[in-house]
Design a protein around this ligand. Structure first.
Ligand code: ADP
Ligand code: ASP
Ligand code: MG
Length: 406
């Protein structure tokens, strides 16, 4: 009998009615004679509420207690799913990560799963049970509860699929699959039938919330095919798979946008070795993620300007760190809050010249100014005023023919 892993996101278990629907989906797989392992996230909004509470208790809430607190939402959802399956006459029970156990390494709030004990779950499956396992959480070698980063139950599901050698890993969510861009932001977005790990990883890292980036890395390393589909509508979804499995002639596969970025510019810093390191070392020590970085070519060989972007939530901390950094000399420090990064992604870019030009020309035609540019082999990202994001998205989606039916 084949094993299937079904993961339900918060949006799929957001209400009692939705949980009943989820139980029906699970039952369908059981009827098809699969051994079913279910992974669930917390009911939508619950994790955010718990995080809010931690801030209200302390602005320096202990990371280990954060993990105990925010992982609790998954427990509720799993017991409700199991309860509904039992109500329907199935053998089912919830499994918290420590009961499996799912072992993690790394720091609290951002651990990684490195081992899953199979024996208890396999025995339960062999006895006809349907285990409902909490996503997002694990335990470390000190037996403390850990969590694996926001959106982490995607990674839980993928690693469970790996350790149990599942035939299929299906991510159930509130949209029909992965779209050319967020379908909740652009009505013309089209569902993508198949997408490579590399493209999905870029899309997710650059703002497509539908899959957590770490989970795509895990899937790619372990060659696990992922199906993303809707919990609410019975339609085929998107297959995330290796590049060689995909035949198409797309140049651009999708467009992602970020929200809540900020730009920091240091004007007139000394143009000499060690200056960039002096700026970024204390930021990295404080776990501030620096994203796009540009440094101008120095006009006089003495001074230059350096610009980088961070998440707006880190802006105050960044300001403080730079202003208090005695090793830095600059003429002016500029912060800009309302910026947004828009990226076009596609493996087709590797072999097709002119994508950069088309992107810049499209934005220029709309009178949109580009502030910072960064590129990789399969993506081009630009930083623009946040107020222009939707306009840019519509124009680029059209330019790269993503509006057209596949
Ligand atoms: P879940 O609760 O199932 O984990 P998420 O909210 O994490 O669901 O992810 C689903 C959401 O991702 C969708 O509602 C959609 O708004 C958003 N999204 C962003 N970009 C994309 C994209 N390219 N394709 C599909 N959905 C996207
Ligand atoms: N409930 C967790 C979160 O909101 C994990 C997840 O949704 O995957 O981040
Ligand atoms: Mg999610």
């Amino acid at each position: 009998m084949k094993i299937v892993v079904l993961k339900f996101g918060g949006t799929s278990v957001g209400t009692i009615k939705k949980i009943k629907k989820v139980a029906d989906i699970i039952a369908d797989y059981k009827k098809k004679k699969y051994k079913v392992i279910v992974v669930s996230s917390a009911m939508s909004g619950v994790t955010n509420e718990l995080i809010k509470k931690s801030f209200e208790i302390s602005d320096n809430f202990s990371y280990s207690e954060y993990d105990v607190l925010v992982s609790s939402g998954e427990q509720v959802a799993c017991s409700l799913i199991a309860g509904r399956l039992i109500h329907k006459g199935y053998k089912s029970r919830s499994w918290l990560s420590w009961q499996v156990p799912i072992l993690t390494v790394g720091v609290h709030k951002n651990s990684r799963i490195n081992q899953i004990n199979r024996s208890k779950i396999l025995k339960y499956l062999n006895n006809g049970g349907i285990p409902i396992i909490t996503g997002f959480q694990g335990i470390n070698n000190e037996n403390r509860i850990t969590t694996i980063g926001r959106g982490g139950s995607d990674a839980s599901a993928i690693l469970i699929a790996k350790f149990f050698k599942a035939e299929r890993c299906i991510i159930y969510t509130d949209v029909e699959g992965v779209f050319t861009t967020d379908p909740n932001k652009l009505k013309k977005a089209k569902k993508i039938k198949e997408i490579s790990y590399e493209e999905m990883l870029e899309m997710a890292s650059l703002g497509a919330k539908v899959m957590q980036p770490v989970s795509i890395q895990d899937a790619r390393l372990n060659r696990i095919n992922i199906e993303v589909r809707s919990s609410f509508i019975k339609k085929s979804g998107t297959l995330i798979t290796k590049r060689s499995n995909i035949i198409n002639n797309r140049i651009v596969t999708g467009i992602s946008c970020t929200q809540n970025d900020s730009k920091v510019s240091l004007i007139g810093v000394k143009d000499k070795p060690g200056v960039a390191a002096a700026i970024f070392k204390p930021l990295s020590k404080n776990l501030i993620n620096v994203d796009m970085v540009v440094q101008n070519i120095s006009a006089n060989g003495k001074e230059t300007d350096l610009t980088f972007t961070i998440k707006t939530e880190d802006l105050n901390k960044t300001k403080k760190i730079i202003q208090q950094n005695k090793n830095l000399n600059y003429r002016n420090l500029i912060f800009e809050k309302n910026v947004s990064k828009i990226s076009v992604i596609g493996v087709g870019m590797i072999t097709t010249p002119g994508v950069t030009f088309r992107m810049f020309q499209t934005l220029a035609n709309k009178g949109i100014n580009i502030k910072v540019i960064s590129t990789s082999e399969i993506k081009i990202s630009v930083l623009i005023d946040k107020k222009n994001t939707q306009k840019a998205l519509i124009a680029l989606h059209k330019e790269f023919k993503l509006d057209q039916k596949k």
